[in-house]
Design a protein around this ligand. Structure first.
Ligand SMILES: [Zn+2]
Length: 142
C-alpha cells in the first residue's frame, strides 16, 4: 500500500529477520509522519533512497540488536541509503540546509555498511541532534 507519493507501507515494514512485523494504529500514524516529513523531502531533493529499516516490532528490534528505546519500534525512525547521491552529501544537507525537523540524524557505519538514521522529533527532545556512529560508539557530528 502506497502511503505517500514515493513510499509504500511494505518498504517501511520490511525485515530480513523473517519475524512478523505489523505496526499497530499508532505506529502506522507515525510511519506516515516519518514518510511525509523525513523521507519525502530527502527523496524530492536527492532522488531514490533505499529504506533499509523503518518500523520494527519489539521482536524484530530485539533480533537486530536495536536499543529498547528505539524510535524504530514506534514507527518514528527510518534508516536510509541514497541511491542516486553521495551519502555524506545527503547527510550534510539533512543536518544543515534541509530545513527538516528531526529528533536525531545519525551518520551510521557498521560492518562495512553505511546509512543515515533519521527520526521524528520528540517531546522533551533532544531534537535536531546530529551524531556519528562508527560501529562502536556515538560522537557529535561536526
Ligand atoms: Zn536506525
Amino acid at each position: 500500500m502506497q502511503i505517500t507519493e514515493n513510499f509504500s507501507l511494505e518498504e517501511l515494514t520490511r525485515t530480513s529477520t523473517g519475524l512478523p512485523n505489523r505496526p499497530g494504529k499508532t505506529e502506522l500514524d507515525k510511519l506516515l509522519l516519518t514518510a511525509t516529513y523525513l523521507l519525502e523531502p530527502v527523496r524530492k531533493k536527492w532522488g531514490t533512497i533505499k529504506v533499509t529499516s523503518a518500523f520494527r516490532s519489539e521482536a524484530v528490534n530485539a533480533r537486530v540488536g536495536g536499543s529498547s528505546t528505539s524510535q524504530h519500534a514506534k514507527g518514528e525512525a527510518a534508516d536510509i541509503v541514497p541511491i542516486d547521491a553521495d551519502l555524506d552529501e545527503v547527510f550534510g544537507w539533512i543536518v544543515k540546509d534541509g530545513g527538516i525537523c528531526f529528533g536525531q540524524a545519525i551518520r551510521e557505519k557498521k560492518g562495512g555498511s553505511d546509512w543515515i538514521h533519521l527520526s521524528l522529533p520528540r517531546i522533551n527532545g533532544p531534537n535536531q541532534q546530529r551524531l556519528v556512529f562508527d560501529g562502536k560508539g556515538y560522537s557529535p557530528y561536526v
